[in-house]
Design a binder for this molecule. Structure first.
Ligand SMILES: [Zn+2]
Ligand SMILES: [Zn+2]
Length: 439
C-alpha cells in the first residue's frame, strides 16, 4: 500500500533536515493557492501533533520525531516541546530558500535604470542543488512535487513585483532577468524594441544598409578613407541612429520590406521597415520627436513617416510580404536603335500580364544563389522621350529585377525589353514609386 502523505513527509524528516519550503515543494502539486513554505509548515505541524499525541500515550519513541523536527526541521512548535537546539541546514537548499528576499533585492537593484512594464524571472539552479533534489525525489518516490527552479522563479517574481509595482508576464515580457542560484548571479536582458515605419529615399547613391568596405571589412583603410564603409551614409544609419539614441540600446538591426538599388530613388508611399533595438533601456519613445530627428538628419535625402511601436511578428510579415508585394517602378531606358511610337506602344502592351523568367542577375550572383524566379509584370506603360529614350512605369510583383527586365542580362531574363526590340537596352535611372502591401 502506498505511504500516506504524512508518513512520507515524516520519513523524509527523520532522515534529512529539510526547511519548510523544501519539504512543502515535494508536495507542491497538491492544494492550490498556498506556498510550498506553508505546505511544509502545515505538514510539520501535523507530524508534531501526532508525535505529541504518541508521547502523551506513552510512546517514548516519538520524542525522536520531535527532536528531528526541532533541529533538522527548525520547527518551532516541536522545539517548544523538546527544547530548541541549533538547527541543521536544509539538506537540499542549504538555507537558500530562507534568503529568497535577498535574491529579489538583487534583481530589483539590477533592474534599476531600465524602463519596463512587465518582466519575467528565469532561474538557473546549480547542478549540485538540482541533483540533491532529484536524488531525494527518487529516494522517496515523489509524484506530485515541484522543482526548485519553478518555486524560486515564482517566489522571486512575486517579491520583485511587489517591490517595483511591475507585473510578471510569461509570453511577451519587456525584460527577462536570469538569476543564478546559489550565485547570486543576476543578468538583465531587455527584450528588443521594434519600431515600424516607411522610408522614402529621395537621392541616389545611398544604400539601404551600411556597406562595409571590402578591403578592410569595416576597420577603416586608405581605400575607404578610414570610414570602413563603401558609401558615406545609408538609410539604415540615418533611420536607426536616432532610434538607438532615444532607446538607449546596445545596437540596432534594420529590416526592410525588400530593398531598392543604391542608385534608385524610393518615393511615393515609402518602403516599410522595422528598426530593431537590442537591449533597450527606454521603451516608451516619443516617436514624433524621433521622426523629426531622423528627417532632420536625412537632410532631404531620406525621410520617414508613420513611426509606431511594433513587434517581431511584423518583421516576419515584412520579409514574407516583400516577396508578394506589388511594386511600381519608374525607369529611364536608353536603346541602341531608334524606335517609333507604334513600336513603343506594342512593347508596353506585350508586357501587360506577362510572366518573366528571371535567373539571378549576374551583378548579384556573387552574393545570391543562382536560381530561377517567375515574376509577373502586371502593367507597363511607356512614354517616348525621343526615338532612343523611353520612360517606363512598371507595376510588378516584388522581387523582379527591373534593370534586367530591360537589358535581358545576356539572356538570363526573358522576355526583356532588349529581347523584344532586338537591340541593346539599358536602364539609366530607376525609381521605386510605390510599395503596396498590407503591413
Ligand atoms: Zn531548503
Ligand atoms: Zn576600407
Amino acid at each position: 500500500m502506498a505511504m500516506s502523505l504524512i508518513e512520507k513527509a515524516r520519513s523524509m524528516l527523520l532522515k534529512y533536515p529539510l526547511c519548510d519550503s523544501c519539504l512543502g515543494r515535494q508536495f507542491g502539486g497538491l492544494g492550490r493557492g498556498i506556498t510550498n513554505r506553508e505546505r511544509g509548515f502545515a505538514l510539520k505541524l501535523v507530524i508534531t501533533m501526532e508525535a505529541h499525541m504518541g508521547l502523551k500515550r506513552g510512546e517514548g519513541s516519538e520524542e525522536e520525531v520531535l527532536r528531528a523536527l526541532a533541529a533538522g526541521g527548525a520547527h518551532q512548535p516541536a522545539a517548544n516541546l523538546v527544547g530548541a537546539e541549533a538547527g541543521d541546514v536544509c539538506h537540499i537548499c542549504g538555507g537558500i530558500m530562507e534568503r529568497i528576499g535577498e535574491y529579489a533585492a538583487e534583481v530589483v537593484r539590477a533592474l534599476d535604470g531600465y524602463e519596463y512594464r512587465t518582466f519575467l524571472i528565469g532561474v538557473k539552479v546549480s547542478g549540485e542543488l538540482a541533483e540533491r533534489e532529484d536524488a531525494l525525489k527518487s529516494e522517496f518516490g515523489i509524484e506530485f512535487g515541484e522543482s526548485m527552479k519553478m518555486e524560486t522563479s515564482r517566489e522571486i517574481g512575486k517579491l520583485v513585483s511587489k517591490a517595483t509595482g511591475r507585473e510578471v508576464e510569461f509570453s511577451k515580457p519587456d525584460v527577462v532577468v536570469t538569476v543564478g542560484i546559489p550565485g547570486p548571479v543576476v543578468e538583465v536582458s531587455p527584450m528588443p524594441l521594434f519600431v515600424f515605419g516607411r522610408y522614402r529615399k529621395l537621392a541616389r547613391g545611398i544604400p539601404q544598409s551600411k556597406w562595409d568596405c571590402v578591403h578592410c571589412r569595416g576597420k577603416g583603410c586608405e581605400v575607404c578613407h578610414g570610414t570602413g564603409k563603401i558609401y558615406p551614409i545609408s538609410v539604415e544609419e540615418i533611420v536607426c541612429g536616432p532610434i538607438l539614441r532615444a532607446a538607449g540600446g546596445k545596437e540596432t538591426k534594420f529590416h526592410g520590406a525588400g530593398r531598392e538599388d543604391v542608385d534608385a530613388i524610393m518615393s511615393g508611399n515609402g518602403r516599410p521597415f522595422v528598426g530593431e533595438v537590442r537591449e533597450p533601456k527606454v521603451r516608451e519613445l516619443d516617436l514624433r520627436a524621433v521622426e523629426a530627428e531622423i528627417n532632420k538628419g536625412g537632410n532631404g535625402m531620406v525621410e520617414v513617416v508613420g513611426l509606431r511601436l511594433s513587434d517581431r511578428r511584423t518583421v516576419r510579415r515584412l520579409k514574407e510580404g516583400a516577396k508578394v508585394a506589388e511594386k511600381v517602378y519608374r525607369a529611364l531606358v536608353e536603346l541602341d536603335r531608334d524606335i517609333g511610337e507604334e513600336e513603343a506602344r506594342a512593347l508596353g502592351k506585350s508586357f501587360n500580364g506577362c510572366v518573366i523568367n528571371q535567373l539571378t542577375p549576374n551583378r548579384v550572383l556573387h552574393r545570391r544563389a543562382d536560381r530561377l524566379r517567375l515574376k509577373k509584370v502586371y502593367e507597363m506603360s511607356i512614354k517616348m522621350i525621343d526615338p532612343r529614350h523611353l520612360e517606363l512605369v512598371v507595376r510588378c510583383q516584388g522581387g523582379l529585377y527591373v534593370k534586367e527586365l530591360i537589358s535581358g542580362d545576356g539572356g538570363r531574363t526573358t522576355p526583356s525589353v532588349s529581347e523584344i526590340l532586338g537591340c541593346g537596352a539599358r536602364c539609366t535611372e530607376l525609381d521605386v514609386i510605390a510599395v503596396n502591401e498590407g503591413v
